[in-house]
Design a protein around this ligand. Sequence first.
Ligand code: SF4
Length: 694
Amino acid sequence: VVEHGQPDRSVVTTCAYCGVGCAFKAELKGNEIVRMMPYKDGKANHGHSCVKGRFAWGYATHKDRMLKPMIRKSIREPWKEVSWEEAIGYAAAEFKRIQADHGRGAVGGLTSSRCTNEEAYLVQKLVRAAFGNNNVDTCARVCHSPTGYGLKTAFGTSAGTQDFDSVMDSDVIFVIGANPTDGHPVFGSRMKRRLREGARLIVADPRRIDLVKSPHIKADYHLQLRPGTNVALVNALAYTVIEEGLANMRFIEERCDPVDFAVWLEFIQRDENRPEAVAERIGVKADDIRAAARLYATGGRAAIYYGLGVTEHSQGSTMVMGMANLAMLTGNIGRRGVGINPLRGQNNVQGSCDMGSFPHELPGYRHISDEVTRRLFEAAWQVELDGEPGFRIPNMLDAAVEGGFKGLYVQGEDIAQSDPNTQHVTAALENMECVVVQDLFLNETANYAHVFLPGSSFLEKDGTFTNAERRISRVRQAIPPMAGYADWEVTMMLSNALGYPMHYDHPSQIMAEIAALTPTFKGVSFERLEELGSIQWPCNDEHPTGTPIMHESMFVRGKGSFVVTEYIPTDEKVGPRFPLLLTTGRILSHYNVGAQTRRTANTAWHPEDLLEIHAHDAEERGIREGDWVAIQSRAGETSLRAKISDRVQPGVVYTTFHHPLTGANVITTENSDWATNCPEYKVTAVQVRLTNTV
Ligand code: SF4
């Protein structure tokens, strides 16, 4: 740790990395950060932190920070530093010109889960009110959009059902497609504590994650399924519960829609869902499927925790609904220790979705076509809104390649690195006439930008984040914005230059507007947050201090809905040309594409992405530990160093995605979730060959 002397003040704020949302004390000497210390009264972390959060301030003050606005007429020209006024004026004039030349729908905006609720809210407001369309999306598109679709369909709202502390009451913990000890370390530690106390554990994952076997913890069942077969597994589990008479019929009769249940029951009892019928296809023994189903159904309070290993599939939304079916079937919803809990990758995935960052939904998950809601926002915003859903990110990119989409405002997201099929993304960006990037660094997307607006780090922001347990926490400004303005102020200036006036003196006023227009946020304000420390939405007249556990006496939609979840295999299949399946994940010391963690002291602990390959597959290819290998899919090719590992089974390879040099997304394909377009990052058919050159 680099320390710069004794602090003379401290500011309590929230970590800007993962969805745990740990509270920290930023300790400062003047305006210089001395260190970050976990805050003992933080309700999400109870005084704990992980290595990422402790060192996070390193990137905020890194020398690579871009602090001057810049413009250039073409992406082949060098950047020119300009004043804020000139940069904003240029961007606004270009967006207006594009709309005059190509129509109102030729521009759009992207917000990010790295931004505060208030910032995300303003970006969607700018797009809807100033651009006059609904072409707004968020990076949640590429991670948890299936959670939004699946949980809303089954239960009526797009949110995790429990608070983190609820895990301490679980008797059975079922982890599906998540690696909590690396991806969500502080919550992962709490889960391990409960497991050491005796809770039983089921893990469904193509890779042997640490949780499967670590000191004093051993999973009862590791269902090491083939990538892309989640839905077949969850259906087989539900089949077993029904066939063996383990369903909680009282819960189903009291709490669930009888018509939906009858239709689903007929579906789930089909022979194709029998464990013995799916075992070979998914690579898990039928006996293990049956035993895991029995444990989940009869082991006491059973909770499901899941991550991107569920959502980033062609059937991501189907799988979320499959897990909801299983929870309702066994009555594992609506009380402590149970539930369906998405482990959100980024700190404000929940919040950016809550704030209406989707092309079809206004804040609070209300459909844009709903006239009553639209009228409410029209009256507040003094503007007429378009009632048709706009473009999602993939639609914007496709339209740009085809030539009909020409202008994009990107706040805090690096689509050229984080989105699948990099070649397609860059072709789309190259075809646009005005790309505005608002970020801390000149990221990969900025290579295709015409305007660069310096962003503000979490230490410079004032506002709120909402973590994976729906907990709204304050982000407090520790140092003034290094480039002069916070992100919300920049969006406001851009909107004003576009001709749609926005006037806020402080983010608390933006939150007041959100609360006035969003029933689930009715009781949320900065004053109330100071009083309570943090608040889990819904917070309203019925729940004035927030709601730790959802769906206690009835589901948000009334009766819970069982949904038919037919397993449809992904198009991404192995064959002679691409005989292996690649899946991806995270490592403890890094966060997402690594743009932040690579600029902190964490870098040394994981300097490159590695390809984990089973000894059997390595030997067949003459590959030894540390060799450079080429990894090729039908989308592209990249190079990585090999790591021989028995964490993956023969036929499966695995890598992380934290370093741009290896660029895992060069090889991921355009396959996506049928309902939400969330990319299928977790299944790519590949070939691996020895090169021993980079
Ligand atoms: Fe907490 Fe996640 Fe930040 Fe680690 S990265 S300190 S677990 S919020």
